[in-house]
Design a protein around this ligand. Structure first.
Ligand SMILES: [Zn+2]
Ligand SMILES: [Zn+2]
Length: 237
């Protein structure tokens, strides 16, 4: 077994623990450990220069790099998908929050894109919607949810009278309390539970506001109170 003394750390080591020089085909004068720590130091001290170099390389070899990565992506598509899923699972909350924030910033652009896509692919969307609607799992789920909701409504306080409901609409000046559109022939008021049924809210004068159908759908099971609070203090009729 041949050994060699590292000029950096001064320790005598097996030649297997030295890199072989590319040109001379001889082992280097410093051991692998010292060489890699020196490289690391160099990278840390010259980060900007190296970044610039990498940028220049990327610019000069754009085509080649993109070809190479395309081939790699094709050969390892399953692996990459798996990795992506793992990454998402590990950071789902952060990623979802980032996605939501981005969407908030680019709402108009996103909506326009969605509309454009929907307009261009009307038939395709209709077919997939239909398939989704007929999906037995979805149907079972919907049945289960609506059964649960019905049970909760039956068990909750439901003292709202027709008269009180008319009074609520009147108090809201015949407008949706969220978007402010006027109710009429084409915009029917719907009864919204301010505290949702799922959180134990009942169909009572204090817990109902009139929303248009689209606002009611958007509200879903969140607690968004848009009816003015002092209106609640008015004695119900
Ligand atoms: Zn060494
Ligand atoms: Zn509305």
């Amino acid at each position: 077994m041949t050994t060699r003394v590292c000029t950096q750390c001064g320790v005598e080591k097996d030649v297997g623990l030295f890199y072989i020089e590319n040109r001379s085909k001889k082992p280097r004068s410093t051991c692998i450990k010292c060489t890699s720590s020196a490289c690391k130091r160099y990278r840390e001290n010259n980060a900007d220069v190296l970044k610039e170099h990498a940028k220049l390389y990327r610019c000069a070899n754009k085509q080649e790099i993109s070809e190479r990565s395309k081939v790699y992506r094709m050969q390892n598509s399953e692996l990459l998908k798996q990795k992506k899923r793992e990454r998402f699972a590990a950071n789902s909350e952060v990623l979802n929050a980032r996605h939501r924030a981005k969407h908030q910033q680019n709402k108009d652009y996103d909506n326009a894109k969605t509309k454009e896509y929907r307009d261009a692919n009307r038939e395709k969307i209709r077919v997939s919607d239909r398939a989704y609607y007929l999906n037995p799992i979805r149907q079972a789920k919907t049945k289960w949810y609506s059964h649960n909701r019905r049970q909760r409504i039956l068990n909750s306080d439901a003292s709202l009278t027709v008269k009180q409901w008319m009074r609520i609409i009147e108090m809201q000046n015949n407008k949706c309390s969220n978007c402010g559109r006027m109710f009429g022939e084409h915009l029917k008021p719907t009864r919204d539970h301010i505290i949702p049924v799922s959180l134990g809210g009942g169909l009572t004068f204090g817990n109902v506001q009139a929303l248009c159908h689209s606002c009611n759908c958007k509200k879903s099971s969140s607690v968004i109170f848009t009816r003015a609070l002092n209106e609640l203090l008015v004695n119900p009729c």
